[in-house]
Design a binder for this molecule. Structure first.
Ligand code: SF4
Ligand code: SF4
Length: 170
């Protein structure tokens, strides 16, 4: 009995420790990783985020009939690791502190960004996006910029032809 009274006394001295969530918003600690937010206007369609996304929450499909590269983010697969934001070269992804993400509608969990594709000036096949090409071209020196407009395969053939002409390969 004495022990119980002691316990009640201690509990009363500590007071209420539970939080009234969801009636009062929950506070999350510094560095908390919640919903990744995408800024479609900054995305260049480089696919870097999809390459590092282990659970495949970010996927890419090139639709050559429409001439677009489609980025699809599916929240249902996201593990909130933040790797996509780490590697994005244009800071198009921000990791927010948002965590109340449940929905009864699967469509609410999906985000789609369409980016225009560009064709190779040599073979005429789509190979990357306009925005990606412009970003890369802006970082290159004069003389090399022309090579950006052709796909990696044609670039390889061009390099091989030049080597043969120079007598490097027989
Ligand atoms: S936070 Fe992690 S799991 Fe979620 S989309 Fe980014 S890389 Fe994928
Ligand atoms: S890494 Fe950034 S720029 Fe590249 S596709 Fe993903 S969101 Fe877009």
């Amino acid at each position: 009995m004495r022990k119980r009274l002691q316990l009640i006394k201690e509990a009363l001295s500590i007071g209420v420790v539970t939080r009234k969530y969801p009636f009062i918003p929950a506070e999350v600690p510094e560095g908390f990783r919640g919903l990744p937010q995408f800024d479609a206007s900054k995305c260049i369609g480089c696919t870097a985020c999809g390459n590092v996304c282990t659970p495949n929450a970010i996927t890419f499909v090139d639709d050559t009939s429409l001439g677009i590269r489609r980025l699809e983010y599916y929240l249902g697969r996201c593990i909130f690791c933040g790797r996509c934001a780490d590697v994005c070269p244009t800071s198009a992804i921000t990791i927010t502190k948002e965590f109340e993400l449940a929905s009864l509608n699967d469509r609410d969990l999906r985000l789609v960004i369409d980016i225009k594709l560009i064709k190779c000036q040599s073979c005429g096949r789509y190979f990357t996006t306009f925005r990606h090409l412009n970003t890369v071209a802006g970082k290159l020196q004069e003389g090399v910029v022309d090579l950006v407009n052709i796909c990696p395969e044609c670039r390889r053939k061009l390099a091989l032809d030049s080597l043969i002409k120079l007598g490097g390969l027989k």
